[in-house]
Design a protein around this ligand. Structure first.
Ligand code: GLN
Length: 232
């Protein structure tokens, strides 16, 4: 391993609440698939890091401004983002889906959104998807900085629906967040660990090498199972 990497403490930004990828446990510690993967990869590769839970859009902005070294936040690898960021190998397949209040029996398709407010999270693939269909289906988009506030807006009835990543909404619904999924998943991008374009190539290489080692050892699957196989 590399002497420079051993000295440096990388600053890695993440979302505030995006279970099962990053969220605070009862002790206030940040846990989840992203957090556990990062920890295991850092141990495997021998680098130090600090996590900064800034919120998704703020994390992406901070990376673009080179105020942080990397982002791990269920961040989708998109062609548009590849112009600004270098991504690791994909580590989780995702996609966007719509949810409504669990007691709402009126909305079961995009057609039913006509004239309604739809909640999205700033700077996300879900927001981009909602914006791409809002004229066609005649709804108004309202933005939130984090998923919890976006879900709350649907729960209180201010918004009729929201768009978020399928694995996150499915996990939340299973945990009883009061929402339900009524449409099919839209095809979406996979998640990757991101660094600013042309920066931190060494960190990116360590992430990829560590991810590959974790996959080979079975540790990667163990981390996924810990959060996704709830046993019920
Ligand atoms: N995967 C989505 C995106 O990259 C949302 C990420 C998030 O909200 N943390 O846009």
């Amino acid at each position: 391993s590399n002497a420079k990497a051993e000295e440096k403490t990388y600053i890695i930004a993440t979302d505030v609440t995006f279970a099962p990828f990053e969220f605070q446990d009862e002790n206030g510690d940040f846990v989840g698939i992203d957090m556990d993967l990062l920890k295991a990869i850092a141990e495997d590769q021998g680098f130090k890091y600090q996590v900064r839970p800034l919120g998704f859009n703020a994390a992406v902005q901070a990376l673009e401004a080179k105020q942080v070294d990397a982002v791990i936040a269920g961040m989708s690898i998109t062609d548009e983002r590849k112009l600004k960021f270098d991504f690791s190998d994909p580590y989780f397949d995702s996609g966007v889906i719509m949810a409504v209040d669990e007691d709402n029996n009126k909305v079961s398709s995009y057609e039913d959104l006509k004239g309604e407010r739809v909640a999205v999270k700033t700077g996300t693939e879900g927001a981009a998807f909602a914006q791409s269909i809002q004229d066609k289906y005649g709804f108004k988009v309202v933005t939130f900085d984090d998923s919890a506030n976006m879900y709350e807006d649907v729960k209180t009835g201010n918004s009729i629906a929201c768009f978020d990543d399928y694995p996150v909404l499915a996990y939340g619904v299973k945990q009883g967040n009061g929402l339900k999924i009524v449409t099919d998943k839209e095809s979406g991008s996979s998640y990757g660990f991101a660094v600013a374009k042309g920066e931190n190539a060494e960190l990116l290489q360590m992430f990829n090498d560590g991810l590959s080692n974790l996959k080979a050892s079975g540790e990667y699957q163990k981390i996924l199972d810990k959060y996704l196989e709830t046993g019920d």
